[in-house]
Design a protein around this ligand. Structure first.
Ligand code: HEC
Ligand code: HEC
Length: 374
């Protein structure tokens, strides 16, 4: 059974936001694959039920860049005591989350206050971190290395460790034509690797592409997922759906609208979320709507990992959560006297659907595994 796919040569994805946003840089390297050697263009295989991916023009995907990025993702020398890599908190079998932990521990044994995010289909991401504080992946990657409660290393120190390693110097030369690498090269290479972490081969995807089917209860769960919640007088209570699709948009196959919402977790949000970045009171308690792909293996859930099971998550949405000034309009049941009125059977159907988003091929793909020392 072969996966139907559209092959997009990255250089041909035009009319993009990145094109409009990127400045013409006279020092831009030659496009990969052009005459005179240099790196080989990476042919990103985009599944037919996902949109084209927009690649930044100043960081084209190359085979050598992705290869280098993979080594760096598993490189413990990026941390101060050479003990923690990106993969240390982003484990493949957990959808690149932190091994079921609520909070990750950095090299100094200090735990953060946020749950490690899944690294899935990030090439379509609009902004990064729970509070969206990084606009690009390249920018995001610079942060965990220097974060004192994560890898707690200075980029120049990390880079001089790697530049001293002849095997790495060869990898840098192959990817970027440079003999020694700086943080910008490293971030570009890791971003290229992260863009290859594409998940679209779950039973749900194969069903969507007409290559297979999913159980009937999961199909009914999908209908509920995409149906408005009861909204008297328009939809009588108890006859509506689970109303997940507004924020976890399935239309483009990504299960996120890439927007920030307050999904009614707290009456007084202890973590300001986006509000902490923008300083705008209207942003307090808003967080990035995460993808739901592979959600069965990415628990615990929410920015603070407060829910251990998907059952608890579904119960939260059914009960409606806590009202607060910034709560999202699609959280329609924050009134303590109302619930979504999902029956136990409907809740089980929504759960059955979410379980169809588990992409075993992604979670075991050898191309995403530790390549060992360079
Ligand atoms: C100590 C554990 C830890 C380490 C090490 C770590 N991360 Fe993370 N990562 C996290 C946590 C926690 C978050 C969420 C933080 C937040 O939103 O404030 C996160 C968020 C991210 C995101 C945002 C995803 C999204 O959907 O917005 C990306 C991308 C990411 N990490 C990549 C990396 C890379 C690349 C490295 C190595 C350079 C790395 N991480 C190292 C714990 C870690
Ligand atoms: C108003 C927008 C909105 C609606 C409607 C919504 N969600 Fe969410 N969802 C979010 C946001 C935002 C988060 C992250 C919130 C946070 O961590 O503070 C989230 C988080 C989640 C998570 C945790 C994922 C993770 O990686 O931790 C799951 C699971 C989830 N939602 C499932 C659902 C289901 C199932 C429905 C329908 C019953 C639903 N959501 C409806 C916005 C929404």
């Amino acid at each position: 059974m072969s996966m139907k796919s559209n092959r997009f040569h990255i250089s041909l994805v035009l009319g993009s936001f990145a094109l409009l946003a990127s400045n013409c840089n006279p020092e831009e390297p030659e496009p990969p694959g052009s005459s005179g050697g240099g790196p080989t263009a990476y042919d990103l295989d985009i599944p037919s039920n996902l949109p084209p991916m927009v690649i930044p023009f100043d960081n084209p995907m190359t085979v050598e860049g992705v290869n280098l990025g993979r080594f760096l993702f598993f490189e413990e020398r990026l941390s101060d005591d050479n003990s923690l890599s990106c993969a240390g908190c982003h484990a493949q079998s957990f959808g690149f989350t932190d091994n079921g932990l609520q909070f990750s521990e950095g090299i100094n044994g200090i735990a953060g206050q946020r749950n490690a995010m899944a690294l899935i289909n990030l090439g379509w991401g609009g902004s990064f971190f729970w509070d969206g504080r990084s606009a690009t992946l390249e920018e995001q990657i610079l942060e965990p290395v220097v974060n004192p409660i994560e890898m707690h290393e200075q980029w120049p120190d990390a880079m001089s460790k790697l530049n001293a390693d002849a095997a790495y110097r060869d990898l840098f030369t192959a990817a970027f034509g440079v003999g020694s690498m700086d943080s910008v090269h490293a971030a570009k290479a890791i971003a290229q690797f992260l863009r290859t972490l594409i998940s679209a081969n779950s039973p749900y995807d194969r069903w969507k592409r007409g290559e297979g089917t999913i159980p009937l209860d999961a199909q009914l769960g999908y209908d509920l997922f995409r149906l408005e919640g009861g909204y008297p007088p328009f939809i009588p209570n108890g006859q509506g759906g689970a109303d997940c699709f507004h924020c976890h948009t399935d239309a483009a196959g990504l299960f996120t609208d890439e927007q920030f919402h307050n999904n009614a977790l707290d009456a007084v949000p202890p973590d300001p979320g986006v509000g902490g970045v923008t300083g705008d009171p209207f942003d307090i308690g808003k967080f990035k709507a995460p993808t739901l792909r592979n959600v069965a293996v990415t628990g615990p859930y929410m920015h603070d990992g407060r829910f251990n099971t998907l059952q608890e998550v579904i119960d939260h949405y059914n009960e409606g959560g806590e009202d607060s000034p910034t709560v999202d309009g699609f959280m329609k049941f924050v009134d303590p006297d109302e619930t979504m009125e999902l029956t136990p059977q409907k809740k089980a159907q929504v759960l059955a659907f979410l379980q169809q988003l588990t992409d075993t091929a992604f979670l075991t793909n050898p191309a995403f595994q530790d390549p060992g020392p360079p």
